[in-house]
Design a protein around this ligand. Structure first.
Ligand SMILES: Cc1cc2nc3c(=O)[nH]c(=O)nc-3n(C[C@H](O)[C@H](O)[C@H](O)COP(=O)(O)O)c2cc1C
Length: 194
């Protein structure tokens, strides 16, 4: 008699696997508007990430056109200083093609352990956000580039850096191009202990 398939080999589980494995960081997007209600829903779901002591340390900032324009000009000036005007204009053009902008911050804590745990929780929330949107046909890109540590950026978004730090600036939208990725074989990262 054929052995019954293990419980994880159900269509639901394969679908979940497909979402987790298939999600890619997306750099190039279609210029299609993303429904605001979908993004709000994704944030609401993201908050169901585990968080020690239920601190709910995450804060989400949805950047509107004025804030995005100021952010792009700031990155243009940062890149111009470091790499020259041509590179700066290229970057500003590329950023102007990102359809959606979400800033995820974590509340600071005096306590080192709590801060680590809170950061972990925020990362889990950010991944929830990305996976939910991926299932809805949208891609994301999580960035921690220099702008996310720049005081001028904190002023633009109205974040007090003494109270919060940036977990990631996240772009989202419908993918124009989905790149390939690879991972190590799982046996390389598992250590089985007796
Ligand atoms: C904390 C964090 C910061 C990241 N920052 C950047 C970044 O600044 N620039 C970038 O191109 N990708 C960034 N990424 C995305 C990774 O490069 C990406 O996840 C990796 O290339 C694997 O691709 P995948 O997400 O499609 O599996 C970041 C990812 C994480 C988790």
């Amino acid at each position: 008699m054929k052995k019954p398939a293990p419980s994880f080999e159900t269509p639901d589980m394969r679908e979940l696997e497909e979402v987790i494995r298939g999600r890619r960081t997306i750099d190039q997007y279609l210029q299609t508007k993303v429904p605001d209600a979908l993004v709000q829903e994704a944030i609401d779901i993201a908050m169901w990430a585990p968080n020690h002591h239920v601190t709910e340390p995450w804060r989400f900032y949805l950047l509107g056109p004025e804030t995005v324009a100021k952010t792009i000009e700031l990155t243009r000036s940062i890149v111009a200083t470091n790499k020259g005007q041509k590179a700066a204009d290229f970057k500003a053009k590329s950023w102007s093609e990102k359809p959606g902008w979400l800033l995820v911050t974590c509340q600071r804590s005096e306590d080192d352990l709590r801060q680590r745990e809170d950061y972990g929780a925020c990362c889990a929330a950010l991944q929830n956000f990305a996976l939910y949107l991926w299932r809805a046909g949208l891609g994301t890109k999580w960035t921690t580039g220099p702008i996310t540590r720049d005081e001028r950026f904190f002023e633009i978004v109205g974040v007090d850096p003494d109270q919060e730090f940036v977990v990631g600036l996240v772009w989202y939208g419908y993918p124009k191009l989905t790149p390939e990725q690879k991972r190590k074989d799982v046996s390389e990262v598992i250590t089985r202990l007796p």
